[in-house]
Design a protein around this ligand. Sequence first.
Ligand code: HEM
Length: 361
Amino acid sequence: MRAFFLCILMALSLSPAWAGVPNNRAQPAYAEEQTILQAEHDARAPEPGLASKDSGRVHIDRHYLGQYGNKEGTVIVQRGGNEWRVLRNGPLATLSGVILVLALLAVFLVAKVVGKIKADEPDTGRRIRRFTDWERHIHWATAISFIILAVTGLVILFGKKLLIPLLGHDIFAFIAYVFKYLHNFIGPLFIVCSVLMFFTFLRRNFFRRIDWLWFRKAGGMLTHEHVPAGFFNAGEKSWFWFGVTLLGLVMSISGLILDFIAFGQTRYVLQVANYLHLIGATLYIAAAMGHIYIGTWGTPGAYHAMRHGDVDEAWARAHHGVWLDEVKAGVPVGTFDKRAPPPDHPPAGGAPDNVPPGVRP
Ligand code: HEM
């Protein structure tokens, strides 16, 4: 009998101990995760209203999207928050840093191995108009706002790790504060510029058959030949579609979601937007390094064209021979580069077989 009562007593004293540690079989997790598990356990207790929408309190935002309408003020712990923090500060930031450093190294490697791509012939002194004032202004407005966004964005992403040890907390706090606002305000301006630039250059960026030759010969970078090209070559067109258009869209949409949080987007939506923004930024900045290198040091004369709007005829012949033929023939851009050039096409940027005779100088 005494043994029976002893057993009952032990059983009764064990249960409060279990109740105190309801998830002792849970995997070791962050304190926040433990709190969530505890709250989940409590929520299963038959307490009316708890964890139900009607109670006015939402303890665990498990389903992230839309379940609680657009009011998140009542969410106490959002499970996704910890996952986002760990992923964003860990693997994503590391991967982004590695890709950006590799892209920089690749640019240096190309500069060393390939060197400058110059025109074959000396300057003729005859200048040709390549870009109008509007085209140059919209290009530079987009480029400058992009560089501001890239620098401020990278400080937001890597600043805590890289700059606090160098500058200390106070100076970094000031820089981060200013940069965050700069980023948030320049973002919408960049979108407007990107849209205007898209329509300004759209017509000249449609791929033509002639562009496949440029791809096949990798732009002549390894063989040092000038592959025939129209107003824009296939590399520039790829930058237009993959960079300016596709990545521009990813950055604009995710940026707007992050920038204007008054439209009911939940924290989960913000976290997904942040992943996309971070990945898109990494790819866009890496691709922009290539664009900036080719447009300045890599191709002498290209920066002058975008700065002042004109090029020498020898430059046009070497890099955009089909376009030069169109200019000389007085026909619209894109008229001659619709068809692929013949296989034995002269490598110095001469006109393809559909160029009317007599238009070459
Ligand atoms: C292509 C240009 C852009 C680049 C390279 C860029 C880059 C970045 C980077 C690297 C971050 C940090 C991400 C992180 O810390 O996890 C960031 C954050 C952000 N970006 Fe952008 N971004 C661009 C365009 C935009 C646009 C167009 C907008 C708005 C319309 C925008 C709004 C934001 C906002 C609101 C944040 C969060 C800032 C914060 O933590 O307070 N971005 N961006």
